[in-house]
Design a protein around this ligand. Structure first.
Ligand SMILES: C[S@@+](CC[C@H](N)C(=O)[O-])C[C@H]1O[C@@H](n2cnc3c(N)ncnc32)[C@H](O)[C@@H]1O
Length: 269
């Protein structure tokens, strides 16, 4: 998501951006080997969600063992279960929030969470589901959040195969939100980046507040530099774990007196 759109979304707490079926298809196809025999929980999804459509349509071919969805509605809500090829809708107590007692009880029984959660609550949302496997959508900048970055560094989570930018809004039109990504605990295999640039101290200055060189674009990562490098956050959409180690993140990198946009610190393996 573009920073402007995301910031507006957070400020207005506007979380009504619905995921398109084609974007779900493009990403979830990669995970079919890992979903077999699993109980899937979509904890931010009503029956109109394309996640529900995708997972009920592909329930048998994916070999799922269970599928449940709940969604937030303070006026009263329900759970959906997919049983014998049918969607069964049952009223539940509470508001259906992902952290409500009802949702937490379903989460406990589930193997994996798959959804697009509210962008404005992403930090708390990840804290809630982090003991489970998950495939969820978030803003790429969320990789630097205090509770999320350590999971990237430890190799517990990674960005998915595709990025998304178009979402359906409540009036039915499609809105371009810039770049968002899938965050997952499941394996994502990527080719190593082919690097053609070479290091020189003029184009790759060292930060004044951190012992790493600055790289402005992923394609400009020097092939011959073995020290610490600060790269744009979108590097993680291309990160191959056999090529680079994720070392740190820098929220306010400085070149001389000038503060530039946040960076992820990496080094070659
Ligand atoms: C980005 S939208 C995505 C909706 C749906 N998962 C999809 O992909 O189309 C996030 C949804 O989470 C809902 N939501 C907001 N707060 C929530 C909460 N505490 N628990 C669960 N869902 C919540 C919003 O109303 C919104 O419909």
């Amino acid at each position: 998501m573009s920073n402007t759109s995301l910031n507006k979304s957070k400020a207005a707490k506007n979380d009504e951006y619905y995921t398109r079926l084609e974007d779900i298809e493009k990403e979830l196809v990669y995970y079919s080997p890992y979903l077999k025999g699993k109980k899937v929980y979509c904890n931010c999804d009503s029956e109109t969600s394309m996640f529900w459509t995708y997972l009920t349509t592909n329930y048998d071919s994916l070999g799922l063992k269970g599928l449940t969805a709940t969604h937030y509605d303070p006026k009263g809500t329900y759970r959906l279960d997919f049983i014998n090829g049918q969607t069964v809708k049952t009223a539940v107590s509470g508001d259906g929030s992902y952290n409500s007692p009802t949702s937490l009880a379903i989460l406990k029984e589930a193997d994996i969470v798959i959804t697009n959660p509210p962008f404005s609550k992403f930090r708390d949302y990840i804290d809630t589901i982090k003991d489970k496997d998950f495939i969820v959508i978030g803003c790429i900048n969320a990789v630097t959040y205090n509770n999320i970055f350590p999971m990237f560094k430890a190799g517990q989570i990674r960005l998915g195969h595709t990025t998304l930018r178009y979402y359906v809004i409540p009036d039915g039109t499609v809105k371009d939100l810039g770049s968002t990504s899938w965050f997952t605990t499941l394996p994502v295999s990527r080719q190593e980046l082919v690097l053609t640039a070479t290091y020189n101290p003029t184009d790759y200055p060292t930060y004044s507040n951190y012992p790493a060189i600055n790289v402005n674009k992923v394609k400009d990562i020097p092939s011959d530099y073995n020290g610490l490098m600060g790269v744009p956050v979108n590097f993680l959409t291309k990160h191959c774990s056999s090529q680079f180690r994720i070392v740190d993140r820098l929220n306010n990198p400085k070149l001389g007196e000038k503060t530039i946009y946040k960076r992820v610190i990496i080094e070659r393996i």
